[in-house]
Design a protein around this ligand. Structure first.
Ligand code: SF4
Ligand code: SF4
Length: 154
């Protein structure tokens, strides 16, 4: 059961567009700073999923967001000039909301090489965060990540 306080924070996080607002952190913050009404029920910690590197999320249609810092990191990893990297390997996101990595002709991310990410060491936060910090309805049918057992901290 999600309390009203938690719902508020969740909505706030959504408004901020924060993919970093991890549910565990969210629940801890709620518990630390918001006095909950007596008798309020809190759900157990949400499950955490372990990626199986099936690369489905590198193949489905969409935009892989990259920030300026990530562009610097990837360009440096590839030993490329940053402006050249932007010119050759990024595109504008819809509504000009920033940059995303380009795709291959088949729609997969340009940096997918076989079944590996060729920029694994510096892949964007959006890639690191799926599916634990963001996902979408139906993601479970597409992603092979394994649900980890919830640790008993008592
Ligand atoms: S779809 Fe899921 S299991 Fe497959 S690579 Fe992406 S996060 Fe990992
Ligand atoms: S950057 Fe790497 S992990 Fe992210 S979508 Fe592209 S190939 Fe996949």
């Amino acid at each position: 059961m999600i309390t009203e306080v938690e719902t508020f924070h969740l909505r706030e996080a959504e408004l901020m567009g924060s993919a970093l607002f991890h549910p565990h952190l969210f629940q801890l913050l709620s518990l630390s700073f918001q006095p909950l009404p007596k008798g309020t029920l809190i759900d157990p910690m949400p499950p955490t999923y372990l990626c199986q590197r099936c690369t489905a999320c590198c193949r489905w249609p969409g935009f892989v967001r990259v920030t300026q810092e990530e562009i610097q990191e990837i360009a440096s990893f590839l030993k490329m000039d940053e402006d050249l990297f932007i010119q050759d390997y990024t595109r504008l996101r819809p509504n000009r909301g920033g940059l995303a990595l380009i795709d291959q002709e088949n729609g997969a991310c340009f940096f997918l090489s076989g079944n590996d990410c060729s920029i694994q060491a510096v892949k964007p936060q959006q890639c690191k965060d799926f599916p634990n910090s963001w996902n979408f309805p139906g993601w479970r049918d597409l992603c092979k990540a394994i649900e980890l057992p919830v640790r008993d901290t008592a």
